[in-house]
Design a protein around this ligand. Structure first.
Ligand code: MN
Length: 751
């Protein structure tokens, strides 16, 4: 695991800086050594010089010369993703078009169209016309469009993001939140999907470091404290296995490897357990040096040797050797009972599989020849392409759909003939029908899952065998959209509904045409616009449709004036002067948030804000303000379950906020206590809370069973400090196992 070091304040003179840049560039060339062919040195040199020159007057937030960033990105591409010379050139140039005077044409002239296309893909869309759309989502769509032509775009983008995350320390807090949120929301899942496991892990850990600094530090500290014990245990576990493998003449490596902080935290949240109770804080990894034709056999042989020594858990065997994940991941995972009754996960893979697990897509190509799964990525890209060209939904929806369809874990579904289709978790029988063919999906009336009849909304589970039942009388309906999850099914249903609407609307169009002609005017666009505006609709289609289904009867048309070939609705006269005065004030309110500091929580508050219901912040919590439409400012905790989505999609609506000192208002929050049930536990707890700490209790429930109790207490506190003290004091009481804050109504597992 890498950690970002706090760099000392930047201070180098010009001469030293030049040396540093050259040194970094040389080390880049060294990293690329094995891949450089004659002529490559020249093109690399030209790219480096062009970028260095273009960025020469720019500096990063840390004070470093800007060019160090593209060099670092290029280095990640080479060393951590396994990309080659061309990608290195693109990585060096990746910020030039966006941030400097260099144009795409310059790059095409100098380096050809292949490289300029990739750099174009890496250049953000800078002028967004529609400010309500999420710029991030739009940019993302663009990256994805290029991705399907050339996956290197996304790989370089991930390297760029990784370097930005590693150097996030020097950014302002709200920038950190925005970038870290985007990273967990979309870039880490994408890295996972591209098979870049170590990059995914590092991105998640770095994001958590900024989004939940306290928890991050606490888990990191506990990991460090328990390291010696863990190492001792791992050695004890490994010893007999090692001897067995040696006796059987395997060429192998074996080691224990800690899980990343983010995944430990996820497990704690998901299972509602403490750090101490997370059993798989580490995994044992065995890497075999086997020839490709003996890989499968060897992996299973090793599995057999391990389970001779330790008892395996039946439910926890994963065979991704016979059936690789669609991101290319191959390995055999098992969980066995180790010494002293501890469950331990063991991962068995070959060197080739390991390289794919670490470098993902790029390594995959290297081994492409002769592999049975050679077109896995191609298939994936084709699916993405299909969806991208098919949809016109707004981009935030799109991002959500995309995540749902392409970045979640998958389930395997069998056709009646035994072919396998992979679908995202949560897919229904109808999703499966659309995955087979659009024409089948549109006519589905039901399905047989494992020979049993089920409705089309039935949620499938991995391993189900599904037969689709169709009828020629069936047509897609609006409610289908409420349960399909794949982007393909959604797009196809919407398309069909739109077609249907168009047919109905034709009638309305005819009605309007007749009415207008009756008034002596033609059905030209200006007249339609006037009607669309009058009825507060969005499009001609909507107007025709509403008229066709008789929601609009056009009675008001009588009140319109006819001027030549135009109709016009008489409007009240506007005061022109007011307009003029307004246009004098500079329209820059949209950019002000960056500098504005909103202090809330004071009793004489002038800003309209409310505390978000989803995470119920209290003073002292790490929070941000989110400008809602119509309801003022919503204050969310930075670790609110909704935060990543808000921050990632609507960075421009985030406001920096700070709590004012306040001892007048108190806030309702919940504390969950688990401990040993003994007499007097209730009075001990209430005594501490109300008598000693003088905190008001709003509600208290305690349930006990089999010697344990769980107490849920709602209390009024003034701020986080007070809450922290309460939690710590409760923890110190004898017999208390864990004390945890919760947000009143939330149930474990919801998120
Ligand atoms: Mn960059």
């Amino acid at each position: 695991m890498k950690t970002v070091e706090q760099k000392p304040k930047y201070s180098l003179n010009e001469e030293q800086e030049k040396k540093l840049i050259l040194r970094e560039y040389r080390s880049l060339l060294r990293a690329l050594k094995d891949k450089i062919k004659p002529g490559d040195k020249d093109i690399l040199r030209r790219a480096f010089e062009m970028a260095a020159d273009a960025h020469s007057s720019m500096r990063r937030k840390s004070g470093e010369p800007y060019i160090l960033h593209p060099i670092a990105v290029a280095k990640i591409c080479i060393e951590e993703i396994g990309l080659g010379v061309r990608s290195t050139v693109c990585a060096l140039l990746h910020d030039t078009v966006e941030d400097t005077d260099i144009t795409l044409q310059d790059i095409e002239r100098e380096f050809g169209s292949e490289i300029s296309r990739i750099v174009d893909g890496l250049t953000k869309i800078s002028n967004v016309i529609d400010s309500s759309a999420s710029q991030q989502a739009e940019n993302f769509k663009k990256i994805l469009l290029t991705l399907t032509d050339d996956p290197r775009v996304i790989l370089i983008k991930l390297a760029d993001r990784l370097n930005n995350m590693r150097t996030l320390d020097s950014m302002k807090r709200e920038k950190q939140l925005k970038i870290a949120s985007e990273t967990v929301y979309i870039f880490a899942p994408l890295a996972h999907r591209m098979g870049l496991y170590s990059i995914k892990t590092e991105l998640e850990d770095l994001a958590m470091k900024y989004l939940e600094p306290d928890t991050y530090k606490e888990i990191a500290k506990k990991l460090a404290e328990t390291k010696r014990d863990r190492t001792r245990y791992i050695n004890e576990f490994i010893k007999p296995i090692k001897e067995k493998l040696e006796r059987n003449k395997f060429d192998f490596e074996i080691y224990g490897r800690p899980k990343n902080i983010h995944s430990i935290w996820n497990k704690m949240k998901k299972k509602g357990v403490t750090f101490e109770e997370v059993y798989d804080l580490f995994a044992i990894r065995i890497i075999l040096n086997s020839p490709q034709e003996r890989e499968k056999e060897d992996c299973w042989k090793v599995y057999s040797l391990i389970t001779d020594e330790y008892t395996p858990s039946i439910e926890r065997l994963r065979d991704w050797v016979s059936n690789p994940k669609s991101n290319g991941y191959e390995a055999l995972h098992t969980t066995v009972m180790g010494p002293r009754g501890k469950w331990v996960e063991v991962q068995i893979r070959t060197k080739r599989m390991n390289e794919i697990a670490e470098k993902g897509l790029a390594a995959h190509w290297k081994y492409k020849e002769g592999s049975a799964n050679e077109n896995r990525f191609d298939k994936w890209f084709q699916q993405i392409r299909e969806v991208l060209y098919n949809q016109d939904a707004d981009s935030v929806d799109f991002l959500q759909d995309f995540k749902m369809s392409f970045l979640t874990e998958e389930i395997y579904i069998y056709t009646p003939k035994g072919d396998i289709k992979m679908l995202p978790v949560g897919s229904t029988a109808l999703d499966f029908a659309f995955a087979i063919h659009t024409a089948i999906g549109a006519k589905t009336i039901g399905a047989k899952v494992n020979h049993k009849l089920v409705p089309i909304s039935y949620k499938l589970r991995s391993g189900d065998q599904v037969e689709i039942i169709t009828s020629n009388k069936q047509t897609p309906s609006e409610d289908w959209l409420s349960f399909v999850v794949t982007a393909k099914a959604k797009a196809k249903v919407k398309e069909a509904l739109k077609e249907e609407k168009k047919k109905v609307a034709d009638e309305g169009r005819y009605t309007i045409q007749r009415k207008l002609e009756g008034m002596g005017v033609s059905m030209q666009q200006a007249n339609l616009d006037e009607l669309v505006q009058f009825y507060k609709l969005h499009s001609n289609l909507e107007l025709f449709y509403q008229v066709a289904i008789k929601n609009i009867d056009l009675r008001e048309l009588k009140e319109f004036k006819v001027i030549g070939d135009r109709i016009e609705y008489p409007r009240p006269v506007k005061i022109v002067q007011e307009h003029k005065i307004e246009s004098h004030t500079p329209a820059q309110s949209g950019n002000k948030q960056d500098t504005e500091l909103i202090i809330f929580g004071e009793s004489s508050d002038k800003i309209m804000y409310h505390l978000a219901n989803c995470c119920k912040p209290i003073p002292g919590d790490d929070v941000f303000g989110f400008i809602t439409t119509g309801k003022g400012l919503a204050i969310h905790r930075t670790n609110c379950p909704n935060a990543p989505k808000l921050l990632a999609n609507y960075g421009h609506r985030i406001v920096k906020t700070k709590w004012a000192k306040n001892k007048e208002i108190s806030f309702l929050t919940g504390v969950r206590i688990i401990g040993m049930d003994d007499v007097g536990v209730v009075s001990k707890i209430t005594g501490l809370i109300s008598a000693e700490l003088k905190i008001n209790i709003a509600a208290l429930t305690i349930e006990a069973s089999e010697g344990l109790f769980e107490g849920n207490i709602k209390v009024y506190v003034h701020d986080k400090e007070e809450l922290d003290e309460l939690v710590n004091r409760l923890k110190d009481l004898s017999g208390i196992e864990s004390v945890e804050r919760y947000d009143t109504e939330d149930l474990p597992g919801k998120q």
